[in-house]
Write a protein that binds this ligand. Structure first.
Ligand code: FAD
Length: 354
């Protein structure tokens, strides 16, 4: 019988005494012996490292109980092996090893390995797309997941006059300005239930489920309000005084998933709504409104709100015009033209350090 083997790492959610860890081991041995599962649970400081193997459905039932257990958090699935033909852990229903006390060389090596894995996990969390981490957390291998067609709201956000800012500001100052921008945008999008698909160097692409279109618009409005607030608090020579962002939003069918070669894959969205959102983002400069969206996105909005029609627009390389809209709010207007923004940035001969 082909089996599944799953390896994950997690952190204690609160300090656990030795007898509490032993209790986890006892319950695991009892349940796993019943369900024909074998494996090992290593525990070091506040980190668990566990391997479980056995019949696929039994593994999935056990892992879904483990995922819900409030005694640990930040569960990160390191490896999912399908079609496993023999057991690595013999008849250990769940060998539980607390690594704290032993100075034995092999255990010291194991401790170091767990420490390393735990920090690698924290690093990966910052760089890997949320969907990849979620797939791994569910105990599935992202490499064997197929891309699929789905409906999404797509957002493109970008910093205005970023080329001029990059020319004028020292690289370190520009990096800090970008960090402020990403912090604002990331918080607003994640708080509203969206996902950052990618960072584009001076902006980002994000997506929401179509049922969350209102949250996507609220997140975009919040980004602009927070940037306005940051600008109004900045001193006249502070580069934050010149931070403006445009946001384009569209919606529709996209291909979502890992796309690329066997050597390098990118988790992304492909399709017309992605191109439209990117084009609409650049239209914000022409309309003078920080947020611009099309009628496909507008048709998904359910909340009672006042919208403003900005007319028709023909995106570059397309044959059909898009009807475009914005929010008729003073705070959503750019009270500066791209030209005068560029001039103001260029006049920053000695920008204040952030
Ligand atoms: P019960 O026998 O009713 O409960 C299990 C025991 O755990 C009870 O004493 C209960 O009070 C206690 N308990 C459950 N949740 C909590 C909590 N949040 N805080 C304090 N005490 C709690 N289970 C397996 O079957 N196999 C495994 O390999 C396995 N590995 C685990 C590895 C880790 C790192 C952790 C944290 C848990 C693991 N568990 C494992 C336990 C699993 O999460 C479930 O608690 C368990 O499977 C429930 O078993 P049961 O339905 O028979 O519940």
């Amino acid at each position: 019988m082909d089996m599944k083997r799953l390896t994950y790492i997690s952190n204690f959610s609160q300090p656990l005494a030795r007898n509490e860890i032993e209790r986890i081991g006892e319950v695991s041995v009892r349940n796993n012996a019943r369900d024909g599962l074998t494996g090992a649970l290593f525990c070091f400081h506040d980190v668990f490292y566990q391997v479980i193997e056995g019949e696929e459905q039994a593994i999935e039932r056990c892992y879904s109980r483990i995922l819900k257990d409030s005694r640990h958090k930040d569960i990160f699935c390191l490896k999912v092996e399908q079609g496993v033909s023999s057991r690595m852990y013999g008849d250990w229903a769940m060998k539980t090893v607390i690594l704290e006390e032993s100075g034995e060389a092999i255990l010291v090596a194991l401790r170091n390995m767990m420490d390393g894995l735990s920090s690698t996990h924290r690093i990966l969390e910052r760089y890997a797309p949320a969907e990849i981490l979620q797939t791994m957390q569910k105990g599935r291998n992202p490499l064997s997941e197929n891309s699929s067609m789905t409906e999404r709201v797509v957002i493109f956000a970008d910093i205005l006059a970023s080329t001029t800012l990059t020319e004028v500001l020292p690289a370190e100052t520009m990096a800090l300005l970008l960090a402020d921008y990403y912090e604002i945008a990331n918080a607003a999008i994640v708080e509203s239930g969206g996902t950052i698909s990618k960072l584009t160097g001076d902006g980002l692409m994000a997506h929401f489920e179509t049922g969350k279109a209102d949250s996507a618009l609220d997140a975009s409005i919040r980004i602009i309000h927070r940037i306005n607030d940051l600008r109004s608090r900045a001193e006249s020579h502070d580069p934050r005084k010149f931070l403006y962002s445009g946001i384009g939003i569209s919606a529709g069918r996209v291909l979502e998933g890992s796309i690329g070669s066997d050597l390098r894959k990118d988790y992304t969205l492909l399709g017309d709504p992605v191109n439209s959102a990117a084009r609409l983002e650049s239209v914000t400069r022409k309309t003078g409104h920080a947020i611009v969206f099309d009628s496909r996105f507008r048709s998904l909005l359910r909340k009672e709100r006042t919208l403003k029609k900005l007319g028709r627009y023909l995106p570059k390389g397309k044959t059909d015009q898009l009807q475009i809209f914005t929010i008729p709010e003073d705070a959503i207007k750019f009270h500066i033209t791209s030209e005068s923004l560029r001039k103001s940035i260029q006049s920053l001969s000695e920008p204040a350090r952030l």
